[in-house]
Design a protein around this ligand. Structure first.
Ligand code: GLC
Length: 426
């Protein structure tokens, strides 16, 4: 990310704190009493797309015969994972002991007292981690969750179709001419570009990346209001909107979440794919593009794309009876053994900063420096306990523009109005 993106990052970073100060639900310190219970527990997490969970469970269970972990996998889509957690927390389910928290859920879970603060006896030293990952697990100055994987957007490109990855949107679009079909991926050639453009959290990520890359921001610098109704935001969103109009994004992408978009690229049906690091493992395995793809930074209008910060941490439920075992499990997820293996086995982005400079890992994963850059310059999404309503405002209106049901200008106006009402608590 270059100048404009960096300015966007600074803007969002300073603004998110104000939105978070709105509070919501019960006070964070009223989270359930911590206890020192030990025993078997459940780790509830999204579908294991990188296939590392059997290894995690086996390693833990080998060393903890009386504190066995059961891994419960949810859907592969962020929105469904969230509603499952909300339902179980509302029911005070003691069986959801440790839960995976997407970077954008920390504020809501903390504000509602669903997860326990990691302080006092539950404090974990986070000194070796990438600061942005710890920041994303912190709410109102208190850490609530232990980051265990990070995520930054990457551009996957077909090395058999193009020599070098495009640095700008223009280069990307031009490079597709003659090599791809227009409008759909059902033709004899692949389609040009896709990301996660169905109406769900992934669209918030992709739309924010386009908007931030063009120098726009979602919320204002003082964080008091939406700032997305701007010319910069419009030109950013237009990269996606025009993709459907001009045919460089196939219309199938309106239904793409992570899995569908990855499957399309893996089947040889796309020249370019925006996805997270884990895609590398699947593409290098059983895929038609094995050995025929490269990994590059996201392009932008003038050469510098802006990644949205993703990633996950693990938190201890306020209703868990075995919080001492749960705490040890959090530390285990952050251990160098698990972090290294998550990268090696599943191409997950580690949270331990030094692993990005490890010579052996760099040899195996030639794009590690690109990934580190993507994560360290990534723009966070707004931090607020009302995030579900804020993201709804972003995705619904962006989707209307992508479908051509709303002009870009109207979509951004409506998005700004809905963000303002969401951030005000309804
Ligand atoms: C990835 C990211 C997460 C994001 C989600 C959107 O899982 O790590 O932060 O919310 O994708 O689909």
């Amino acid at each position: 990310m270059r100048g404009k993106g960096a300015a966007a990052l600074a803007g969002v970073l300073s603004s998110v704190l104000v939105l978070s100060a709105c509070g919501g639900g019960s006070d964070s310190d009223s989270a359930g009493e911590t206890n020192t219970g030990r025993g078997p527990f459940t780790f509830v997490t999204g579908k294991d797309l990188s296939g590392i969970m059997p290894f995690v469970a086996e390693e833990w269970n080998k060393a903890h015969p009386d504190e066995q972990v059961t891994i419960k996998q949810q859907s592969d889509a962020a929105d469904q994972q969230l509603s499952d957690l909300q339902q179980h927390f509302q029911a005070k389910d003691p069986d959801y002991d440790v839960v995976t928290v997407d970077v954008v859920w920390t504020a809501e879970f903390a504000a509602k007292g669903w997860i326990v603060p990691l302080k006092g006896d539950l404090a974990i030293d986070q000194g070796t981690l990438i600061p942005a990952t710890v920041e994303a697990a912190t709410y109102n100055g208190t850490q609530y969750a232990a980051p265990y994987d990070s995520d930054g957007g990457l551009l996957y490109y077909r090395t058999d179709l193009v020599k070098e990855a495009p640095k700008t949107w223009e280069e990307l679009i031009t490079s597709c001419e003659g090599k791809t079909t227009s409008g759909t991926i059902t033709g004899s050639k692949p389609g040009c570009y896709a990301g996660q453009l169905a109406s769900y959290e992934g669209l918030t990520v992709n739309a924010s990346e386009a908007i931030n890359a063009a120098g726009g921001t979602i919320v204002s610098e003082d964080g008091k209001s939406a700032a997305v109704d701007s010319a910069q935001a419009a030109s950013g969103l237009d990269f996606l909107v025009n993709g459907f109009k001009d045919g460089y994004i196939p219309k199938e992408a309106l239904g793409f979440k992570e899995t569908e978009s990855l499957n399309a690229f893996a089947a040889g049906d796309l020249m370019y794919l925006r996805n997270w690091p884990y895609a590398y493992a699947q593409l290098s395995g059983d895929s038609k593009v094995k050995g025929k793809f490269g990994v590059a930074p996201l392009p932008g209008p003038e050469g510098g794309g802006a990644s949205t910060l993703g990633g996950h941490s693990a938190a201890i439920s306020a209703y868990s009876k075995n919080q001492a075992s749960a705490l040890d499990f959090l530390k285990f997820l952050q251990s160098e053994e698990i972090q290294r293996n998550s990268l090696v086995k599943g191409a997950k982005a580690p949270v331990i900063a030094s692993l990005y400079d490890d010579a052996e890992l760099n040899e195996e994963f030639g794009y590690l420096a690109t990934l580190k850059e993507s994560i360290s310059t990534a723009v966070p999404r707004p931090v607020t306990p009302f995030y579900p309503a804020v993201t709804q405002a972003i995705q619904t209106n962006a989707y209307a523009a992508l479908q051509g049901k709303s002009s870009t200008a109207d979509a951004l106006k409506d998005m700004a109005a809905s963000i303002n009402s969401a951030a005000a608590g309804g």
